[in-house]
Ligand binder design. Structure first.
Ligand code: NAG
Ligand code: NAG
Length: 595
């Protein structure tokens, strides 16, 4: 997903898109590029238990450099990042990344450079790409990455830092800090948490008197206020978090001006009826008489309680399967698109028996399937699971007994299995550096350096949408502000949207595409339009081939990959969004459109 490795000797030839766009996309005057900067770093912290300790303490789990970020920009980036990490699918991965490093490193030991690579990748995406305001900035992901173990004041800095607590991704906190002063209009206190308002007002003090009504001033003021308001309801980080994460850099004696609204405790005392449920469930399973319990599932709150008891049964008894089926059926509600079997120690045969037996009527509509935290599952069950669930879009395998190596082998050996799956969530595809066989590879060269992103898997519908989104700025230069080479930061948005799955493509063994050093932007724009058109035409051929294959496989071709998709110019990206089978479009829309 976030790979940057080019490898010529992979099992299959990936589709490679090569763009060569020299020096065209700097909106800043070139003289600014080499010497100037509004340098800003951003850090993510989380509560982590060290291997030789028992109490969790804040540690930095990711650091990123941005060359041009000050004033309102860090506020907007923070808001975008919050939108991304609060998204359920992302939050689940972030939590797992933090869980995976618990108890793993001594307190004095350096963490790896990027101990939570997916979280850092989301951070980079949020910092560099603003699809809503059509603004791209920053360098490549790898280029912006800093060491998680560095000090918060050790970056090359003009405009302070942002620190974000991702321990609970759905309830994050933030602060801005002036480390060596800000290149701003007003001085602020150093090395203490600053709110969105304190930080932004350093650059944009409230205009005084009649100045407020001057044109230009008025609009800016309204916008500054809007950006401040967008973070008004977010939690602010307190100084003690900074002190804990970087004890050498922050002093607890300095009073912070901001009060942390302590989150209310949600611990509730279980009722007597709930307390008796556990022995009842266990007795029912032992005797094989679960009918009465199955009837209970429909009562408010009971399904969740029964499921938590079932999760403690290891090995999981076959006699518990009918009850489990009732619970998950209840949970998935009327649309039956979600099947969450995470945390249940089901064996392969129990999984198959659920899908082909008790749940056989609903399995055709399952789009999201989770087996996370199952340490009894093997890679051998995946082919059966995938063929039993024709509408599956996202398969989540966090912390299972399936190894990275096994996933990579299966992807290389039997890529076709993943044709219709949009997203495969397994640590093997979330690691950095990435080591999987690429199914799609993107390479760009700006005259000085080459960067690339490789994806293990993808679906054609998301591919088309991504390329359209990705290339449309070039076709529409007047509409898009770019503060970096195309192909650096936009790689984020591209690979982000493409996320996982599909075939390594022999269908994609097409000639490389490139726009060769066009001499002026208008020609570049025309060339990009032509390229988009060409790509879409080729992709539509690919879609048709897939549709046929998918029918042979027993799925419904048009449903799966959207053969109703129209090939036309870049303007019809809305059309592509409607393309059926692009179940991911919804999620990415939420992802990118920050408040
Ligand atoms: C854990 O190890 C670090 C050195 O790696 C040390 O500074 C710290 O005191 C140790 N903690 C405990 C509880 O022993
Ligand atoms: C499942 O794995 C656990 C170890 O995590 C083991 O104790 C248990 O026996 C396994 N169950 C089965 C049915 O293999």
């Amino acid at each position: 997903m976030i790979g940057h490795r080019l490898s010529a000797d992979q099992a299959c030839t990936p589709f490679v898109l090569l763009l060569s766009l020299s020096g065209l996309f700097f909106s800043q005057p070139p003289s600014c590029v080499a010497i100037m900067g509004q340098r800003h770093q951003v850090f993510i912290v989380a509560r982590v238990v060290a291997r030789n300790e028992t109490v969790p303490r804040y540690r930095c789990v990711g650091a990123y450099h941005h060359q041009w970020c000050y004033g309102r920009l860090p506020l907007m980036a923070t808001k975008r990042f919050f939108t991304l990490i609060k998204q359920k699918d992302n939050a689940e991965i972030i939590k797992e990344e933090i869980r995976a490093i618990q108890g793993k490193y001594d307190s004095g030991e350096k963490l790896p450079k990027a101990p939570c690579p997916y979280s850092l990748f989301l951070l980079a995406s949020a910092w560099c790409v603003d699809l809503e305001n059509r603004y791209a900035s920053g360098g490549s992901f790898e280029n912006g990455m800093l060491d998680a173990w560095m000090g918060s004041t050790e970056g090359d800095n003009n405009d302070g830092i942002t620190v974000i607590d991702i321990t609970e991704p759905t309830d994050p906190s933030y602060c801005f800090v002036s480390t060596f002063g800000l290149e701003a209009a007003v001085n602020v206190e150093g090395r203490v948490p600053l709110s969105a308002e304190q930080y932004a007002r350093a650059y944009y003090p409230v205009p005084k008197g009649t100045k407020k009504e001057e044109s230009g001033v008025k609009e800016t003021e309204e916008d500054v206020q809007k950006k401040i308001d967008s973070l008004r309801h977010e939690r602010m980080m307190t100084l003690d978090v900074l002190v804990e994460a970087w004890p050498r850099e922050y002093r607890p004696s300095v009073q912070t001006l901001v009060e942390d609204p302590a989150p209310a405790s949600t611990n509730s005392i279980p009722s007597l009826a709930d307390l008796t449920l556990k022995p009842a469930v266990e007795h029912g399973i032992q005797t094989g008489e679960t009918d009465e319990l199955e009837a209970l599932v429909w009562m408010p709150g009971k399904a969740g309680l029964i499921k938590s008891v079932l999760r403690t049964q290891n090995p999981f008894p076959d006699s518990g399967l009918p009850l489990l089926a009732k619970v998950v059926e209840h949970e998935s509600g009327s649309d039956k698109t979600v099947l969450d079997l995470s945390g249940l120690p089901l064996s392969d045969s129990q999984i198959v028996s659920l899908l082909t037996g008790t749940l056989s009527e609903t399995k055709d509509s399952i789009e999201l399937l989770k087996f996370s935290y199952n340490h009894n599952i093997t890679v051998d069950v995946l082919p059966q699971v995938l063929s039993a669930t024709p509408m599956l879009r996202r398969l989540v395998l966090l912390d299972t007994s399936i190894s990275d190596e096994q996933i990579r082998e299966l992807l290389a050996k039997d890529a076709k299995l993943f044709h219709t799956l949009g997203e495969l969530v397994h640590p093997a595809l979330l690691s950095w550096p990435a080591l999987y066989p690429p199914a799609f590879q993107y390479v760009t060269h700006n005259g000085q350096s080459t960067s690339s992103a490789a994806l293990a898997v993808f679906t054609p519908a998301t591919l088309i949408q991504s390329l359209t989104d990705y290339l449309s700025p070039i076709a529409d230069l007047a509409q898009f502000e770019m503060f970096s080479f195309l192909g650096s930061s936009l790689v984020h948005s591209l690979s982000f949207r493409l996320r996982p799955l599909s075939e390594c493509g022999h269908y994609f063994r097409q000639p490389r595409h490139s726009i060769k050093h066009p001499s002026d932007p208008f020609k570049a724009s025309a060339a990009a339009n032509a390229l988009i058109f060409k790509l879409r035409k080729q992709l539509s051929t690919f879609l048709n081939v897939l549709a046929l294959e998918s029918c042979e496989r027993g799925g419904s071709g048009s449903d799966v990959i959207g053969s109703n998709h129209k090939v036309s110019n870049v303007k019809d990206s809305q059309e592509a969004r409607r393309c059926k089978g692009d179940g991911h479009a919804k999620a990415t829309a939420v992802n990118h459109h920050a408040g």
